[in-house]
Design a binder for this molecule. Structure first.
Ligand code: MF3
Ligand code: CO
Ligand code: CO
Length: 281
């Protein structure tokens, strides 16, 4: 049985219960998340051939430092960087590296989480490096659209399974695959909390969505098979068949009618419910 509890009365740890947050908590999440989204916007002109992933990491660290945001990944379970930079066949948790230069035609996911006043704003987007091949462009568009469909399913009365189903049904209709080994997660004063948000599943499965819930949706989509391999560094997750992988992530809160997208781009890039600006925006 799932149990929903008042976040204000719950201990600051993952108790397995689903925390229900107040409007004031939503504003805390929005503040942290808008810093994250502002950083993802500001990274657009920086992501070019020849730039190293360490330079991206430095930018993320400094952007937060100037605004009072601490990167949640810094010293998180032994991770020592301010963001994740996942290039081409890397699905997620790519580690920024001074030796790793971006090159023309690459696609890179940059995943940033700032902590502001204790709240975690977690979001990621895909960035094209120069001009892309059509397959890479299409993968980015399919992955973004899968997140848009998931957001449309994120409303009271639906379940976590409805979210996963919306993603899986669309992604597979586009002859791509959904990664199963990583999921979205409750977020708030904790980086990773309950509930798990699977990016695949059956309609009506999982738990009921209630106003006040806060979590991420972060589908990882592959051009080939969904299978994952984690490198010896203990973090970098790649596609086993070495095909391209893409991901977008938003932090959201369930409202009485739908969801509040805390990490929506302030500059209007990749914005949900608005005309597509295109992958290069
Ligand atoms: N930001 C990632 C997420 O979406 C988590 C990264 S944890 C790290 O949940 F340690 F790999 F950075
Ligand atoms: Co996340
Ligand atoms: Co993230």
């Amino acid at each position: 049985m799932v149990e929903y509890v008042d976040a204000a009365k719950a201990p600051l740890k993952n108790t397995g219960q689903i925390k229900i947050y107040s409007q004031e908590d939503f504003e805390g999440m929005r503040k942290a998340s808008q810093m994250t989204a502002g950083c993802l916007d500001a990274l657009v002109p920086l992501v070019n051939p020849g730039v190293t992933t360490q330079e991206i990491d430095n930018f993320v660290f400094n952007f937060g430092k100037e605004r009072g945001g601490v990167p949640a990944t810094l010293n998180y379970r032994g991770y020592t960087k301010s963001c994740c930079t996942s290039i081409n066949r890397v699905i997620c948790h790519g580690i920024p590296d001074p030796k790793k230069k971006l090159k023309e035609g690459d696609i890179v996911n940059i995943d940033v989480t700032y902590i502001v006043d204790g709240w975690h704003g977690d979001s990621s987007r895909m960035y094209p490096v120069g001009k892309l091949k059509p397959a890479a462009q299409r993968l980015i568009e399919v992955t973004h659209e899968s997140l848009m469909r998931a957001l449309a399913a994120a409303k009271p009365g639906n379940t976590t399974g409805d979210i996963g189903h919306a993603i899986q049904e669309y992604v597979e209709s586009e002859r791509c695959s959904v990664v199963r080994d990583f999921c979205g997660h409750g977020v708030g004063k904790l980086f990773h909390d309950m509930p798990n948000i699977l990016h695949y599943g059956q309609k009506g499965a999982g738990i009921k969505l209630m106003p006040g819930m806060i979590f991420t949706i972060e589908p990882m989509v592959n051009l080939g098979l969904p299978d994952v391999r984690v490198l010896k560094d203990g973090w970098t997750a790649e596609t086993r068949d070495k095909t391209l992988s893409a991901q977008f992530e938003h932090s959201i809160g369930i409202t009485s009618t739908g969801c509040d997208i805390f990490t929506k781009s302030p500059a209007g890039l990749f914005n949900p419910m608005e005309p597509e600006t295109g992958a290069a925006a």
